[in-house]
Write a protein that binds this ligand. Structure first.
Ligand code: NAD
Ligand code: UDP
Length: 312
């Protein structure tokens, strides 16, 4: 049994991760400032004596004892990370420094939730870890993209300079239950719109692509990476390599939810990447990891979650 910190543990991915780690018999300390996370996401864990929830902002230092740190704290949806861009950069950069400092003092293993956004609007397709990316450093997405890139830099400098046991996961678009209904991300937006019968808002022509990974598959990858030998630092892509256009996604969600919603086209946000698909050869070979949940199944589970959540 390990003592594990999950920063951003009350968020979408973090809350699923806390639950999974508890089922593996670990002690979990969930840190969150509740910017996009909710107590409700971890309410079912509160009666477990191996679980502790602490309101904490990772831009401030923390002194606790721990064996492993999953550093997930950071808003992930463009709407939320652009709301207070200075705080977004601080969360990624100061948050990484504080958590790396904690790992250095405790000699804990530490995993960074990095992102496919480090590739920006990629000129290499599908994206391999060796590709250095095409990020606009001064655009509206830069607070997130450059914050995450700097966090990766810090992880590798602590690794080289202080011999820390690091792991860096580059997570591609992940979806599932507990995304916020007003999150602004495409899967939650389209499902909520479809269930309410509202117009489905496609930004641009809908020919941009993304590859969607169901949250359970992602957790398997994150935990395998943390549990792998210390020479596996990453960065390692974790995502589902099945690529769809945003228009195909909209049509799929309308069909699966049996919705009468019509599609409307809105302006494409600045610096919106045109295509994205992970090359997961490295994750397959080093972690023996493969996403298993087909898009239709994952979408159905997410639709059922939102159907119940919207009624509540
Ligand atoms: P989320 O917004 O649901 O979760 C982020 C959590 O971090 C929230 O609970 C939020 O309250 C918390 N948080 C934000 N700033 C904080 C701070 N300063 N101190 C403490 N807590 C703070 O998003 P998510 O989808 O669960 O993403 C989790 C992580 O995975 C993020 O780091 C994100 O960048 C990364 N990621 C997610 C995706 C995805 O598609 N979901 C893709 C790539 C990377
Ligand atoms: N998108 C869309 N309609 C929406 C929300 C998003 O067409 O209501 C598009 C968005 O412009 C992008 C894609 O869907 O091309 C994925 O957007 P999301 O915010 O989910 O993630 P990211 O752009 O960070 O991959």
């Amino acid at each position: 049994m390990a003592r594990i910190i999950v920063t951003g543990g009350a968020g979408f991915i973090g809350s699923h991760l806390c639950a999974r780690l508890l089922t593996h018999g670990h002690e979990v300390l969930c840190l969150d400032n509740f910017f996009t996370g909710r107590r409700q996401n971890v309410a079912s864990l509160m009666s477990n004596t191996a679980f502790e929830l602490m309101r904490h902002d990772v831009t401030f230092p923390l002194y606790v004892e721990t064996d492993q740190i999953y550093n997930l704290a950071c808003p992930a949806s463009p709407v939320h990370y652009q709301f207070d861009p200075v705080q977004t950069t601080k969360t990624s950069v100061h948050g990484a420094i504080n958590m790396l400092g904690l790992a250095k003092r405790t000699r804990a293993k530490i995993l960074q939730a990095s992102t496919s956004e480090v590739y920006g609007d990629p000129a290499v397709h599908p994206q391999v870890e060796s590709y250095h990316g095409n990020v606009n450093p001064i655009g509206p997405r830069a607070c997130y993209d450059e914050g995450k890139r700097c966090a990766e830099t810090l992880f590798f400098d602590y690794y080289r300079q202080h011999k820390l046991r690091i792991r860096v996961a580059r997570i591609f678009n992940t979806y599932g239950p507990r995304m916020l209904p007003n999150d602004g991300r495409v899967v939650s937006n389209f499902i909520v719109q479809a269930l309410k019968g509202d117009p489905i808002t496609i930004y641009g022509k809908g020919d941009q692509t993304r590859s969607f990974c169901y949250v359970d598959d992602l957790l398997n990858g994150l935990i395998s990476l943390m549990e792998s030998s210390d020479d596996v630092t990453g960065p390692i892509n974790l995502g589902n390599p099945v690529e769809s256009t945003i228009l195909e996604l909209a049509e799929k969600i309308i069909n699966l939810s049996k919705s009468s919603s019509k599609i409307v086209f809105k302006p494409l946000p600045q610096d919106d990447p045109t295509r994205r698909r992970p090359d997961i050869t490295k994750a397959r070979e080093t972690l023996n990891w493969n996403p298993k949940v087909p898009l239709e199944d994952g979408l159905m589970r997410t639709i059922e979650y939102f159907r119940a959540a919207l009624k509540a």
